[in-house]
Design a protein around this ligand. Structure first.
Ligand SMILES: [Ca+2]
Length: 407
């Protein structure tokens, strides 16, 4: 975690023959002195906010320089927004569904307890766990996990756009250490300070963290019961309606316009809006809002109260819908009736594995045959497409599979 990254960068750069003058402009030599001065000034701010000198010194004992990788990630701006189908394909897929079902069995008694105590559906919690940390897998990746105090002090010190956010979160992180829930060597998180299995930022942790396993510590980093109960507590405190869904996929009668905003489900029925799977709406008196995320030709949804509660976790329609769809799949309620608009015919999980095998056999791919279409597989598909004279879109399509099998 506290590998001196600047030194690592310098030696990597030297090995690669890159001029050190370039690095000198990226990471000024004076940064450490300036940072240390900032830290010592910040101690006064922390003290005014109730952080003891002992806690502060312990937290910063191994933090003597800003983390250049945090600044690099903070500066990163994606060049384009992923298409809707790509966002959902990467989150709601055979693997996230299968692992979710396995976790439902493995953690049944924990989930029973959380459901009875917080009234939040277990499949929603499993879906959030999948979305946030791939069921805890990312926590095992040392390249991703960082010292939260170092990340947040780096942002507070050097990222003008995030000074206020980072300062507030840093004070909260120091208070978490002071409470004894976790010690400084285990206070890890993403570059922006999202922590543990359910990726809570420090202020959210303070508002919602729960000790579900009863060991006296609220440990969302190592205790799955604590992490899932914390997520349930957030949803409950933001108005989760127990025993109700997040919404419904619907079919819209063609050639008519619909009002924006909320109306009762029974009113939507009267306008000719029906569930895509042909079943009826439950609780017809509940309000719902119509949403299409992929145009009128893509799937349409009526969103009920719990959809908007999910947005308290992450304020994006796509996020909340992916949680809802994945939860429904884990529960065995089925997936979308109408697919997203996609520029190719999609493959099943087995076909994706078959495509990887074919790419591997033909020398385009040397990664795992796991049915997960990551950057490695996409690059291999593009390489094959280039060789075969096809459009190099990198999509895992039926067309590509058929074409490579013919060779
Ligand atoms: Ca605990």
């Amino acid at each position: 975690m506290l590998v001196p990254t600047v030194r690592r960068l310098v030696s990597a750069a030297t090995a690669a023959g890159i001029s050190l003058a370039f690095l000198a402009t990226t990471v000024p030599a004076s940064a450490d002195a300036g940072f240390r001065k900032w830290v010592s000034n910040f101690k006064t701010v922390a003290a005014k906010n109730g952080v003891s000198g002992t806690t502060f010194d312990r937290a910063f004992r191994d933090v003597s320089s800003p983390d250049p990788e945090v600044l690099e990630k903070a500066r990163f701006q994606p060049e384009f927004t992923a298409p809707v189908w790509d966002y959902f394909d990467n989150r709601v897929h055979e693997n996230s569904i299968a692992v979710g079902r396995a976790m439902a069995r493995k953690h049944k008694s924990t989930l029973d307890w959380i459901e009875s105590k917080f009234g939040v559906d277990r499949h929603i919690l499993l879906a959030i766990w999948s979305m946030e940390s791939n069921y805890g897998e990312i926590l095992k990746n040392d390249a991703v996990m960082r010292n939260v105090v170092r990340s947040l002090s780096t942002l507070a010190y050097a990222d003008k756009k995030r000074t206020k956010f980072a300062t507030t979160q840093l004070i909260a992180a120091l208070k978490i250490l002071q409470s004894g829930d976790i010690d400084e060597s285990h206070l890890t998180g993403s570059w922006a300070g999202a922590m543990g299995h359910t990726q809570f930022i420090p202020t959210s942790y303070q508002a919602y963290a729960v000790d579900a396993d009863g060991d006296g510590r609220r440990d969302i980093w190592n205790s799955i019961p604590d992490a899932l109960a914390t997520a349930a507590n957030l949803l409950r405190k933001n108005g989760w309606q127990s025993g109700k869904t997040w919404g419904y996929e619907v079919a819209l009668p063609s050639g008519r316009k619909f009002p924006g905003g909320k109306a009762k489900l029974s009113a939507w029925s009267e306008m000719g809006v029906v569930r895509a799977n042909g079943k009826g709406f439950r609780n017809g008196g509940d309000n719902a809002e119509l949403k299409v995320l992929d145009g009128r030709s893509g799937p349409a949804f009526l969103m009920t109260k719990n959809f908007f509660v999910l947005k308290a976790y992450n304020n994006a329609d796509k996020y909340a819908l992916a949680v809802g769809l994945l939860a429904d799949e884990i529960a065995g309620y089925g997936g979308l009736v109408r697919d997203w608009n996609r520029p190719f015919t999609r493959l099943s999980f087995e076909e994706k594995q078959e495509l990887q095998q074919q790419l591997s056999m033909h020398g385009y791919y040397d990664g795992k045959i796991d049915g997960k279409i990551g950057e490695g597989t996409k690059a291999a598909i593009r390489a094959f497409q280039a060789r075969a004279g096809l459009t190099q879109d990198g999509h895992p399509s039926k067309e590509v599979l058929t074409s490579i099998k013919r060779r």
